[in-house]
Design a protein around this ligand. Sequence first.
Ligand code: PA5
Length: 446
Amino acid sequence: MAIQLNTNYLKSFIKPQEYEQIAPQIRQADQMLREKSGAGNAFLGWVDLPKNYDKEEFTRIEKCAAKIQKSCQVLVVIGIGGSYLGARAVIEFLRSPNYNLLNKNTPNIYFAGNSISADALDDLLALCEGKDICVNVISKSGTTTEPAVAFRVFRNLLEEKYGKEGARERIFVTTDRARGTLKQFSTEAGYETFVVPDDVGGRFSVLTAVGLLPIAVAGIDIKKLMEGAASAMEKYTSTDLEKNDCYRYAAIRNILFRKGKAIEILAGYEPFALLLNEWWKQLYGESEGKDGKGIYPASVIFSTDLHSLGQYIQDGNRILFETVLNIGDTKKSFTIPNDPANIDGLNFLSGKDLDEVKKTATLATILAHVDGGVPNILIEMDERSEFALGELIYFFELACAISGYVLGVNPFDQPGVESYKKNMFALLGKPGYESMREELNKRLTF
Ligand code: PA5
């Protein structure tokens, strides 16, 4: 088993009968999911995706990734939210947060369209100068402002550099199967397209072409990633909380939430997990944060954040719990050198492997935080691999859906995201928003 839940450090926070009390709600949530009778049931395509994915498209993704690897030094991936975070999380987790600086035989991968920053766009264009470029634009709706603006810029760049014909060979579009405007535009322009399935929402889409194409371009084995997810899909079917780690995690979250633990911190000890934290925050934040409810998902990377947020976690407002991702076998080892002068007094560490020190630091921190009144859930991942990460992704997705149903929300919509968009369109003068614009302008104070 690549992923296991360790609940040993929860014993002083959750009594055995509390699991029994929440079990019927978990069973009900499972029923809503499996029988597709709950809210948002049109977006359950991710549930059996690890086995029931489009095999023909999967082969096309692998071929296209090989073509991109051969034809460019830079792949610009344009997308935001669920059309951005998963791919970047997996690439950084499995290759490196410094992927673009590595000596490698795959293209650099830059992410665009996830901000409205002219400076960020300018930096990116400078990085692309003199390089052969391909673009993968990813947008289910095709109308999201940030990626749409970036796509205009990079499409113009490619057409100027390679001509319309040449650009056609270098632009790859991942979008809605048939309905979206981007699909129609791509068909007319002759771009190769990949599908975001209708029944898979953005934040659940990392194992579709949305994530898989950029991930494959980075040289990651996407078959193994899917195999890991398929193993999780088989593993987490029982409604017995003793037998199903994934459902137990969903249960624990809700038990703690009801005790006033309103913030969950996903804690990692590896800098390569930083973007995985970001992906997880979107998954849980957008799925559960609605109707005045939801655990606020936060994240840290230790030791970095032990020297910033560590004080608050140990000693601040007791509204937190932690979920610690503990990775058994990372790829490298490093022996701590001896210092004859022992100026830092650390010679007791000489000859020890850095990983061993990290593992001890993890346990030491868990014990300290538990003593400080912070419930700690441990997710043990056996190794840093495609298979294990595939399992973890599915684990989090399934737990999120079950947890959301137990909380009493629709985990598959995101009505709150529209509010800023409407205001922005009104203030920017989009036709149809005139009266709203007048109202908003009256409230603006600068
Ligand atoms: O999870 C979601 O649904 C969102 O985060 C979307 O992925 C995000 O808003 C981008 O949407 P689109 O892919 O339509 O551009």
